[in-house]
Design a binder for this molecule. Structure first.
Ligand code: PMP
Length: 400
């Protein structure tokens, strides 16, 4: 007899079991509401929302016509805002009709996967990954293919990607700047990737799409330019969310953008719209769409993030931790003094410091620090990071 939930939902849960365990059953899940803890787990805001954000909503909440709060889809005004902004930012002549407004990057990814993936199609993603890719590929009926980034540097392993692409490959998901490593893939690598995907597509007479998750593309450090994977490969879906740059992930707005040279755009446009409707009405709500012109112009202080990154990186390195300096995002990957990262996370918790163990994201022996908390939290945490490191070294691998 079959049970109440689908086999597919079991498989999805399975793909997320270790992060779900952390979110629901860990010491952090029990203590997360306590005041005075140093919570470096997930990318939530730790300070009051920016005033400009609240002002933008206030400006647009009062209805100006009777359709103000009618059903909203890919509204012309919103599309024009995004196309205009991308044209300047990326120097690619994106067209308004190629912009699809979604409830953040999560919905954008679900809609794109639903549009291009047939049952049994393979979708490649890079590991360590953002924890939802695998489940989202399964949810679209696809087969997730995990390709490890290069050891140590976490750069793309083009040879491994090349070897993994076969007749069933439908897409490769690239996330730059990358969560959790903070890596930004350089132009040369993206150019080689594009050439490889183009040649594979021609050989098998079936397009291998690039899904470019650019959730953190406005959070880039050291004034570096941001090379977008989409600039190198027209058969790309650009995915973006405003949740990161506005530090308001509970406000669900983002988009999919198709480059103007994307082949068969008319059909893809139709299918994306259909999927948006069928995929739980994946459009941002009316207020967010009205306010988008203002929201798109708000810039958080990237230098503020960079200073926190630099302080943490310098202090942790001085203690003895091995830190991977992120080029973008608000995450930092740190090597755990114990190979058993979960045990070390527990040790940090005894000092009221909470981070995510690397084993939840396929990078055991590491942990991830999210540096959205303020300077004060960082300063408060440093003595605990120091003590935990020394205790771990003193206790030795016995705890591993
Ligand atoms: N992609 C990546 C790489 C992410 O880290 C996240 C959020 N953590 C998302 C997509 C989803 O973003 P949103 O919740 O704004 O849709």
């Amino acid at each position: 007899m079959s049970g109440p939930v689908s086999v597919r939902s079991f498989r999805l849960l399975d793909s997320m079991s270790s992060i779900l365990h952390f979110l629901n059953d860990s010491t952090w899940s029990r203590r997360r509401e306590e005041s005075g803890i140093c919570d470096f787990t997930i990318g939530n805001p730790h300070e009051m929302p920016p005033r400009e954000l609240v002002d933008a909503y206030s400006r647009w909440i009062e209805p100006r016509n009777k359709h103000w709060y009618a059903y909203k889809m890919n509204e012309t005004g919103s599309r024009e805002v995004v196309a205009g902004s991308l044209q300047q930012w990326r120097n690619i002549p994106f067209e308004a009709e190629d912009i699809f407004l979604t409830n953040g990057a999560i919905a954008a990814l679900a809609v794109v996967l639903g549009t291009i993936v047939d049952p049994g199609d393979e979708v490649i993603f890079i590991s360590p990954p953002w924890f939802q890719y695998e489940g989202m590929i399964l949810n679209a009926g696809g087969v997730p293919v995990r390709i490890r980034a290069q050891a140590g540097t976490f750069d793309l392993d083009l040879r491994a990607i090349d070897e993994a692409i076969g007749p069933k490959t439908r897409a490769v998901i690239i996330n730059s700047p990358q969560n959790p490593t903070g890596r930004i893939y350089p132009s040369e690598v993206l150019r080689d990737l594009a050439e490889m995907l183009g040649s594979k597509s021609r050989k098998s007479d079936r397009t291998v799409y690039l899904i470019s998750d650019e959730a953190y593309s406005r959070i880039v450090f050291d004034g570096k330019p941001y090379p977008s994977p989409v600039s190198f490969y027209p058969e790309s879906f650009l995915i973006y969310t405003y949740g990161k740059v506005l530090l308001a992930p509970g406000e669900r707005i983002g988009f999919i953008a198709l480059p103007p040279q994307m082949p068969e755009r008319a059909l893809i446009r139709k299918s994306l719209l259909g999927l948006q409707m069928m995929n739980g009405w994946s459009f941002p709500n009316a207020l967010l769409q009205h306010a988008l012109g203002d929201l798109d112009g708000i810039r958080i202080d990237i230098d503020h993030f960079q200073r926190k990154r630099d302080r943490l990186c310098a202090a942790l390195t001085a203690i003895g931790y091995e830190v991977l300096l992120p080029e973008g995002t608000f995450y930092m990957l740190v090597r755990s003094p114990w190979q058993n990262d979960e045990a070390f996370i527990e040790l940090l918790a005894r000092h009221d410091i909470f981070c995510i163990p690397g084993s939840t994201m396929d990078v055991p022996g590491h942990f991830r620090i999210c540096f959205t908390p303020g300077y004060e939290t960082i300063e408060n945490a440093l003595p605990g990071f120091d003590l935990a490191f020394r205790q771990a070294v003193e206790m030795g691998e016995a705890q591993s």
